[in-house]
Design a protein around this ligand. Sequence first.
Ligand code: ASP
Length: 330
Amino acid sequence: MMASTPLRRASAAVAGLSALGLVSAACAPGSSSDSSAFPDRNIEIVVPFAAGGPTDTVTRLVADPMADDLGVQMIVQNVEGAGGTVGAGQVANAGADGYTLLMHHIGMSTAPSLYDDLAYEPLEDFAPVGLVTEVPMTIIARDDLEADDLGELFSYLQENEGDVTLANAGVGSASHLCGRLIQQELGIELQEVPYDGAAPAIADVVGGQVDVLCDQTTNTTGQIQAGEVKAYAVTTPERVESLPDLPTTAEEGFAEVEVSVWHAIYAPADTPDEVIERLRESLAVAVENSSVIDQMASLGTAPVPVEDVEPAAVTALLTEQIDLWGDVLD
Ligand code: ASP
C-alpha cells in the first residue's frame, strides 16, 4: 500500500497554503501571554514507546542540539503502552506551556482508525512544532528462518500462517502498520505479538523467540549489519545507503508493501504561539546539525529539510495521513 512520500506531498500542500496566504495567517502570533522568558526550566519530551527503540533514538538525537540551543535540558521520558496512545494521551492533558512535549510518528495518524475510544483528537488536542524525519522500514526475521529472499519469506508466511509470529510495538505502532500491510498483501492472518516498543521486539527476534518484524532502520540497521537477523527488504522506493545490499520491496515484486515513518514534535493544544516558535527554532537548528545528519545517515535516514520544520507542515501531513490510513485500515 503506497504511503511513501508524505513529506513531499505535505510540502506541496504547504506551498499551496502559502500561495493562498494561509500559512502566515495560521502561524501568526495569536497569544498575548508572557512567554518571553521561555524556557526557564528543563523541558520533558515524551517518547510513547520503550527506551532504546527507534522513536527513542530519533528523539535523543535531536534533543541534544535542541537543548543546547534552548539553554535547558531536554529530559526524555518513555511512556510506553497501547501503540503509543498512552504517552500521546498524557501529553494531550499536560500543561500548555511548552515544558511537556511529545515525539510521535505516523501512529498519530493511524490511531483514530484503530482505537474507538482514543482519549485525544490528533488535530485538536496538540499544537505541532515541526516535522523531524521520515524513516524507512525493513522486513527482518530470526536468523535461522528458512527463507532467503522476500518471495521465499512471503511464501513461508502463507504456508505457515497459523504458526508464524509477527512482532510489533502495539496496535497503532509503525511496526503494527507495516505488519498489517504485509498481511493484507498476502491475504493472511499471522499471530501478532505486541510489545511496548520496538526495542524489546527486536531483542526477541535476535533471540529467536519471535519470527518476523517489520521495523524502522533506526532500530534494525545495527542488527542487520551484524548479521544477527535475516533482512529481506526495505519498504521505500529507493534503497538506503547504510544497507546498500538490501533490495526494496518493489524490486522484489511487492511494491504495494511500501511505507515510511514520518515523525513530528507536538506540544499540547493552546501552547502560546511564541513558545511554539521558540521550540520550532531549536528544532530547525537540530535538523541542520551535522552530527544529527551523520548519525541519522548511519541509521538509514535523514532529518527533514529545514522548511518542513514548521507547524503547518505537520498539520497538512497529519490531515492527509488520517484520511489515507482511515481508508486502508477501516
Ligand atoms: N516506532 C516503533 C514502532 O512503531 C516503536 C518504538 O519506537 O519502539 O514500531
